[in-house]
Design a protein. Sequence first.
Length: 202
Amino acid sequence: MAVHSLNLAGELNGKTVMITGSGTISSILVQVALSKGAKNVVLLARNNEKMDFIKSTCSNIYIVNSDEGDLCGVISKLVGALPDIVIEGTGASEMLSNSINIIKRKGIIVVLGNPANDIFMEKKVFWQILRKELVVKGTWNSSFNKETKNDWTEVFDLIVNNKVLYTKTVYLTYLNASCSNSIVGTLPFSTTIILYKLITSW
């Protein structure tokens, strides 16, 4: 999903990319955006503990707390530019509005976060979509075609080339043999290869 949403955003090389949220997908988005040549990557979130963790896996990113007052001013001063692309990963009204307010004119917003509640937007925020001539895209799942390069093969290449440190960010929850309780552990690299072979043989 992270790779698919960034592919929908188009060319990242030399661009400033902002990612909202601090969960697992946001952590992967940061790494993939950097691997695709983004000049600047800004993480906008409010959970300081999670933001610090993401910063520990990718030191060359900018962290901004969404509770800051003037977000446009803070990001402009910190990065020297407003985002060309925003990946909205929270599914929250406030963060979607922040994304619209912060992004530069004619920017691209990809909405990937599943909403927990109804999404509300002030009229003045909606007007920004029109006045800035923004492109807003939605994404659902990922693309798969075993005959060509697709999101799954791209993810595998990123892992093999150590451009996504998935063992620090992705965890596998699975049931034990008796199905009596859940066990959480990291997904071994050998298992990843097996899964990749199964996927590409479908």
